[in-house]
Design a protein around this ligand. Structure first.
Ligand SMILES: *[C@@H]1O[C@H](CO)[C@@H](O)[C@H](O)[C@H]1NC(C)=O
Ligand SMILES: *[C@@H]1O[C@H](CO)[C@@H](O)[C@H](O)[C@H]1NC(C)=O
Ligand SMILES: *[C@@H]1O[C@H](CO)[C@@H](O)[C@H](O)[C@H]1NC(C)=O
Length: 195
């Protein structure tokens, strides 16, 4: 008698467990919002630091500019710092300083002259790589760039592809600046922590 009772209770417990796990699974499938996942299982095992070195070719003059002004304030043309100017760029990134050197990516984005005391730009750029293992991966840069300073630093705020969860910094040095045409070649050293 007692044995039979125990068996019944056990069966009931098993049934209830099944029923509730079914309920939980169903709920999870129907109304999925978030869950904690294992970093390693998602492929994020060991973070590494990678150094990139390339040249950024910014061409304002000529028939095929890679940097075009798209807007300015009525007072921009009387400002010594171009305050209020907004430009869109799609600049090649190459391994060497020569424009004919091997291209490894493009810098695409929007820059704005946001300083009234020096030629200081707000840089909102994506560096989209097109060569080697980083082909298709990109880094996002958001920072301040006082272009007349010898050395500028901008934060790397994230990335895609092999740069998921990336963070780091970009150091920029002007390699060539033509004061007549405003064309420039900028040397970049970028240090990125990524998986
Ligand atoms: C500056 O631009 C405004 C229009 O945006 C124009 O009316 C003005 O004449 C320009 N000034 C100079 C010095 O070019
Ligand atoms: C980069 O990836 C694109 C798209 O997958 C491909 O078409 C292109 O050939 C690749 N370039 C190099 C240099 O591997
Ligand atoms: C600077 O740009 C001007 C105008 O495009 C050009 O005539 C000149 O040759 C350039 N100077 C250098 C050193 O490239």
């Amino acid at each position: 008698m007692a044995k039979a009772f125990q068996t019944t209770t056990l069966n009931l417990l098993i049934s209830l467990t099944f029923f509730f796990s079914f309920l939980i699974l169903t709920t999870a499938n129907d109304e999925y919002y978030n869950s904690v996942v294992q970093r390693k299982r998602q492929g994020f095992k060991r973070e590494k630091l990678t150094h990139f070195h390339f040249y950024f070719h910014d061409t304002v003059s000529g028939k095929k500019p890679t940097n075009v002004k798209v807007a300015e304030a009525p007072t921009t043309n009387t400002s010594s710092t171009f305050f209020g100017m907004v430009a869109v760029l799609d600049d090649p990134l190459t391994v060497g300083p020569e424009p004919t050197s091997k291209q490894v990516g493009r810098a695409q984005g929007i820059v704005a002259a946001t300083s009234q005391s020096d030629v200081g730009l707000l840089m909102t750029l994506n560096y989209i790589f097109t060569e080697g293992k980083y082909n298709g991966s990109s880094l996002s840069i958001l920072g301040h760039n006082s272009i007349l300073w010898a050395l500028r630093e901008m934060p790397v705020v994230g990335g895609t592809g092999l740069f998921r969860f990336a963070r780091g910094y970009a150091l920029a040095k002007t390699y060539m600046f033509n004061a007549t045409s405003f064309d420039a070649i900028v040397e970049y050293d970028v240090y990125v922590l990524h998986y």
